[in-house]
Each structure stands twice: as C-alpha cells, then as structure tokens.
Design a protein. Sequence first.
Length: 178
Amino acid sequence: MIIREARIEDAAGIAKVHVDTWRTTYAGILPDEHLANLSYERREKLWIDYILSNAESRIFNYVAENDAGQIVGFASGGPERKNDPDYESELYAIYILKEYQGQGIGHLLTQTLVKRLLQSGMNTMLLWVVSDNPARRFYEALGGQQIKTERAELGGVMINEVAYGWTDINTILQDRYL
C-alpha cells in the first residue's frame, strides 16, 4: 500500500471512494434516495474545483493506493473550520473502501496527515463524525476523546454528530493505537 499526497489526476479515484464509502457507511442512516443520487461526476468536479486545484490552500489531501495503482482510500484535513478555541486543526474526511477496511490503511493515512499538520505548526485536532457511523470506534482507538455533540442536516434529514478531539496529535503517531 502506498500513501501519498493527492494530485488533480486522482480526483476520479477519490470521487469513487467518496461515493462508494458513503453508500456503504451511511446505508440505513441516510435516506436511500440521497445515497442513490450521489454522483461520481459531481464529486470529482468538487474535488478538482475546490480541493485539489488550490495551490495556496492549507488543506492537505492524501490517498492510499493499492499495488494495482487503484485509490482505495483518502484523508483530508487542515485548519479547524469553526473557530474552535481549543483545536487548531481538523480531520475533514477519511474514507476507505469497505473491502480495504481493518487493514491499517486508515491509521497510515491519519498518521501521514498528522505529520503534515505538525509541520504546519498545528498540534491539536478534532473531527466531526455522524454519531451512528460505526467508524467512531476507529477514532476512539486512535485516542480521540468525545468532546461535543451537535445536530446537523445531512441528506435531507437531521442527524447527530459527535466531535472527537486530540489535545496533542503526537499521540496518534505512537504505536499503542495500532
């Protein structure tokens, strides 16, 4: 498995992972119609236009690529987006195709992102996750502490979200969370 910085030409692969993981992760959580209407093309355009094209951005994007060169996961993060006084950075998204989950890829992606955040002078991090998302166990295994909850609209329904926080992201680099 190769973990590397994402490039514009990765947008289609990232979009496929993004859509496919939403469909598997949020089945039974979000409306079926919303999940069925997710589009590879729209998601690819979003990644190209707003995320991967901005060279001045402080958003860091990494992909996991299998031996065949297929993108099987990605992570995205950067400065915290809601002006939280206690957390400098945020893990915006991390998704791994279902058949590749449980193999340590999420941990490798997270560690790679954390190293980049540390290089940028950010030492604390939070992330928001849908409370019914089974991936919550992954964040807890990385040492994340539940710090707050909120209600949000997603896919046309109101959902509960949970924030996990790390007051020292160096702990994510320690092997105790493997």
